[in-house]
Design a protein around this ligand. Structure first.
Ligand SMILES: C[S@@+](CC[C@H](N)C(=O)[O-])C[C@H]1O[C@@H](n2cnc3c(N)ncnc32)[C@H](O)[C@@H]1O
Length: 418
């Protein structure tokens, strides 16, 4: 149950002889603040990844489990699928091609991580139905979504379009639940703005050593607390990615990517994984130009300064390390098939023709203009058009390239697993 407390309310330290009650700036879901605070008071400072896990996903309280709209036009931020159905409709072309390239399997899974309210699924499945009756008949859509409210919306969105027969019961599950025992699947995995919402560790170089930036509770609020790295994996990752942090430089490391790919490798027999997100290769992401890292708090369409404010009521996100994605995918047995930008990907899949058709069918000049401006937003390299589309394959043909990777620059990173 969510706290009745108002945003901006304050939670004091629990009274004790050692801890005088101080004016307390901690704010947000005060029940959530209290449980995280109590963990710290009991066990000592926690990693930022632990704080982020609880702030975003604590059952009944976390930002991503609450009923409020998160991505969306009236939500805290806008994602590509929420911006316009053209996104999902264009992705349908790529998914249909994957079905063809896999030899038209009779059972074809389309698994979407962080499926949200179905803003990608509904137009994508409708698009597959339009593109190819065979692909549509074979498709089994598997949304993986932590938020039960979003899942109810997703089901309603599919029902409205008479697409819910593509959804098998039992497919509605959260990613962290152990995988249901199932035969390996053949198909496609999609993750749009999912990886950036995974908890990250924050690290910093101080006096030549790697230090983890943990979270402590002091004077009624959460504060940064330097601590020894909680796991050798942090230093090991930086070494493997050949990243040298400058003195005083802070950055984030997402250790959740490896187990995610390892689980995918266990479950996927053949197919492609498409990760669409804002991100950069390690050399750029962790370059000394970015001294404070990329961690951001977001609410009401604004980037906010304090990751510890409004706990459970603001999003926390960090850029995706594209090198970490590639290393984890290859270690798990996937080929790195290619990487491109969202804009190039959508152009290669001929979003233009779908836009023309949508404009022709628009019922008003306003609708036509809105469609056009949403399409520009999807393509613009300064907006979501600049997001990275990273594509990985397992037991799939690398040539000819997938249609979305037609741009020659898209395959510069293509690597077969050694
Ligand atoms: C930034 S939103 C993106 C939603 C959607 N993909 C879109 O682009 O509009 C991230 C979504 O991932 C879901 N999510 C995050 N971590 C998850 C996890 N471990 N398991 C399942 N869903 C998760 C959140 O609930 C949220 O709906």
């Amino acid at each position: 149950m969510r706290s009745e407390s108002q945003p901006g309310g304050a939670l004091p330290d629990p009274p004790s002889p050692e801890t005088p009650i101080a004016p307390a700036p901690a704010s947000g879901d005060l029940d959530l603040v209290a449980t995280i605070r109590d963990e710290i008071l009991r066990d000592g400072p926690i990693t930022f990844a632990r704080f982020m896990q609880r702030a975003l996903y604590e059952p009944g309280h976390g930002y991503y489990v609450a009923p409020e709209e998160r991505p969306g036009r009236t939500g805290d931020f806008l994602t590509s699928p929420e911006a316009h159905w053209l996104f999902g409709r264009t992705i349908a072309r790529q998914v249909s091609e994957c079905w063809e390239r896999l030899g038209r399997p009779r059972s074809f899974a389309v698994r979407e991580y962080g499926a949200g309210s179905g803003a990608l699924a509904a137009p994508m499945l409708a698009g597959i139905r339009e593109e190819s009756a065979g692909a549509f008949a074979a498709t089994r859509y598997e949304p993986i979504e932590a938020n039960a409210h979003r899942l109810a919306e997703l089901r309603a969105a599919l029902e409205q379009e008479r697409l819910d027969d593509r959804l098998s019961p039992g497919d509605l599950r959260a990613a962290e639940r152990p995988p249901e025992p199932q035969a390996g699947f053949t198909g496609v995995v999609l993750a749009n703005e999912f990886v950036d919402a995974m908890p990250v560790h924050r690290v910093e170089r101080r006096e030549g050593r790697l230090v983890e930036v943990g979270v402590a509770w002091r004077d009624g609020r959460f504060v940064d607390e330097p601590m020894p790295p909680s796991t050798p994996e942090l230093e090991a990752y930086l070494e493997r990615a050949a990243v040298q942090l400058a003195e005083g430089q802070r950055t984030e490391i997402n250790l959740g990517i490896r187990p995610w790919f390892a689980q995918l490798a266990e479950e996927m027999t053949r197919g492609w994984v498409f990760v669409i997100d804002y991100g950069l290769p390690a050399a750029e992401l962790h370059s000394a130009r970015r001294r404070q890292g990329t961690l951001k708090a977001i609410a009401r369409q604004q980037v906010l300064a304090d990751p510890y404010a409004d706990v459970g009521r603001q999003d926390l996100t960090a850029h995706v390390d594209l090198t970490a994605l590639e290393l984890a995918a290859r270690d798990a047995g996937f080929d790195a098939v290619g990487r491109t930008t969202q804009g190039r990907f959508l152009v290669a899949l001929d979003l233009g023709s779908l836009l023309l058709e949508a404009q022709r069918r628009a019922s008003s000049v306003n609708e036509a203009l809105e469609t056009r401006s949403a399409a520009m937003w999807l393509l613009d390299p300064r907006r979501t058009g600049g997001f990275a589309v990273s594509v990985f394959g397992r037991d799939v043909p690398l040539e000819p390239p997938l249609r979305g990777l037609a741009d020659p620059t898209a395959r510069a990173t293509c690597r077969r697993r050694p």
